[in-house]
Structures are given as C-alpha cells and as structure tokens.
Design a protein around this ligand. Structure first.
Ligand SMILES: [Zn+2]
Length: 262
C-alpha cells in the first residue's frame, strides 16, 4: 500500500449508562456506545489506532475485565476483534509498524501485543498513570492488557511538546489532549487524497462535548478536558478536518467504515 488511507472499524458496542458519558445527565437510563478503532496505511508501515475492546471479551468479558463488565458490558463477537477485522480487510498483521494508543483505558487497548512488528506509542504520563491509577480510575485500567515486558514502547515525553509527527511527513500527528485521562492523545490524519481527519477519541466522547453542550461522565480533569477541546478545535479549524468523536453512536453510524476508507 503506497497511499495514506484511513480505515474505520469498531469492536461492537459497550452497554453503559447515559451518565457514564454525559456528566450528571440522564438519571439511570441506558446508553449503548460504539467502540471504534482505526487503521492508517502508510508507505513506511501501517498504523493501528487503539484496537477497541480486547477480543477475549467476546467470549468471557467478566473473566477478562472483572466486575467493571457489569457496568460497561461489551457486546461483540470474536470476528469483531481487531486482528480478525484487519486481516479481513486485506491488511497483514506483520505490516503494522506502530500501534498508537490514545490512552490505556480498557476499551482502547485491543491491539496491544497483537502485532508482531509493532512499537506501541503512548504518552509517558498515561503509561505511568495506568500502573498507579487513583481509586476512581482503577476499574478503567486492566493492567494485564498492557503490562508485558515483551512489548516495545515509544513513550512520548511531555518535554517533546504537544504535537508529535509520527513519520515526519505531516500525515499522522499525535496531539496531547489530557482531561479524559491525564495522558490522553488525539490523532490528526492527512490522507493521500488531501483530507484531514481529526480522531479526537475520548478527548471528545461525543459531539456534545466537542460543541461544549455537555461535560463527559469520565474525567481526570474537567479543566484540562475543556481546554483540550479548545486546542483541538483550533487544529480542526486550521486544517478543515473531519472531526470524529470517541463514542458517539449517531455520528459513528454515519461515518464510512472499512473496507471503504478516507
Ligand atoms: Zn477512556
């Protein structure tokens, strides 16, 4: 593949509560959210973003995640695991050079350790926090999914700045966007067709967060979260980017899915 293309996938849904996504809203009502992941093809090596829910959850979510699966309940099949879907799209697992993690929450680490030639790219702040989360964040990190000495990591340092150009050609820019977690990052993609797509991931769970109509239900810092959205909005305005929210059901339904691409 010599083109830079962006493919969109999901590993099914999570069943949760409205207030998990919209702070102090919706009472006890239920909400189903999609769990997206992405592949960017690139002549220097393909890139997987996040990987969604680990495939083990297709058969035994309680066994893999523990009691958090009672509150965030995955609905997925084994063929919705990220490796199976990437192979089905005709992309070889061996061709994946980087797995970029927006953050290390349990529904974003489905690609970790699944691609034999991959370096895993995450903010150091996120990586270190995931090993020692505060009490309210403990259930969101499932350590066995990323605590593996055999993995290769590229930890992005705060001192390197807010923007990291993965291949040095402007096609994939990682943007620090803390708030949802302390070390969250979003991804700006420029395809060979010249289109910019900004994968906000959980810096904006939904377009209601992006449009500043609601605060997200899961927060490390509300101030950081809203300021990260302001920063990303500035980036999106300059690049005329299509903005993709992290778990927005109606928006997700309307986006182009693999095998189609951007
Ligand atoms: Zn998250």
């Amino acid at each position: 593949m010599t083109d830079v293309r962006l493919y969109m996938f999901d590993t099914g849904i999570l069943k949760c509560k409205y207030h998990d996504i919209y702070l102090n809203q919706g009472g006890d009502s239920d909400l189903d959210i999609p769990v997206p992941f992405f592949v960017i093809t690139h002549p220097k090596g393909n890139v997987v973003i996040d990987g969604g829910t680990p495939v083990e959850c297709a058969t035994d979510a309680m066994g893999h995640w523990g009691k958090v699966a009672e509150f965030f309940t995955p609905v997925m099949t084994a063929d919705q695991g990220c490796v199976a879907q990437i192979e089905a799209a005709g992309i070889a697992p061996e061709s994946v050079r980087y797995v970029v993690l927006s953050h290390l929450h349990l529904d974003h680490v489905g690609a970790v350790g699944r691609f034999p030639n991959a370096t895993h790219v995450v903010q150091r702040t996120e990586y270190e926090y995931a090993f020692a989360p505060d009490w309210f964040a403990v259930l969101a990190y499932v350590r066995k999914d990323f605590d593996n000495p055999a993995l290769t990591w590229l930890l992005l340092e705060d001192s390197w700045g807010d923007f990291y150009d993965l291949y040095g050609d402007g096609s994939i820019i990682l943007i620090r966007s803390p708030g949802h977690t302390c070390g969250h990052q979003s991804i700006l993609v420029r395809t060979s067709a010249g289109q910019h797509v900004l994968l906000a991931v959980d810096a904006a769970d939904t377009m209601d967060h992006w449009e500043e109509r609601a605060l997200p239900g899961a927060l490390h810092s509300a101030i950081d979260a809203v300021r990260s959205v302001r920063k990303l909005r500035a980036v999106a305005a300059k690049t005329d980017a299509l903005v993709v929210a992290g778990h927005d059901g109606p928006q997700w339904a309307a986006l182009r899915k693999a095998p189609e691409f951007y």
